[in-house]
Design a protein. Structure first.
Length: 157
């Protein structure tokens, strides 16, 4: 039984495979998100839109138009992280259909783990064996193994 360990943040993901509770972790690939390191202004093409409405409130001169900005509801960095989470899930779905793994362990900081959970389809959610809310993207395979929850690599009973 192969367990795929997904170690991710908004900037990149590393995939590891473990064939058993005592087996060494083998790196199975990685993906980068080049947009993650860009500032918001580089990810967005222009300013938010504007809304013009007739001022119908008392105290504003007749015929005046009120202006208000729209946007800001969704920051470009957050959108880029969501798009990257969807890309990771597509890769996992393809690997699962190809029989590359039987179980998943998700390792990510709390914010990005939430992004992954939101886009994870039911078929993949059912094979999640454990989650670890830590950013370990720069950790070695040995350090990652030490941080994994106890018995998370053991096969289910």
């Amino acid at each position: 039984m192969i367990t795929r360990i997904v170690v991710a943040d908004h900037a990149g993901v590393r995939f590891f495979d473990a064939s058993g509770p005592r087996a060494a972790l083998r790196e199975a690939g990685s993906l980068d998100n080049p947009g993650a390191r860009l500032p918001d202004r580089a990810l967005k093409s222009d300013r938010p839109g504007r809304v013009f409405a007739r001022a119908a409130t008392a105290g504003i001169r007749r015929g005046a138009v009120a202006h208000s900005a729209t946007g800001g509801e969704r920051r470009p960095q957050r959108h880029a992280a969501e798009v990257f989470a969807r890309r990771i899930v597509r890769e996992l779905g393809a690997a699962r259909r190809a029989g590359a793994f039987d179980r998943l362990i998700l390792v990510a900081g709390p914010t990005f783990l939430g992004e992954l959970r939101q886009v994870l389809p039911k078929a993949l959610h059912q094979v999640v064996a454990a989650e670890l809310r830590k950013d370990l993207t720069r950790a070695s395979a040995a350090e990652l193994r030490r941080q994994l929850p106890r018995n998370s690599l053991n096969p289910p009973l």
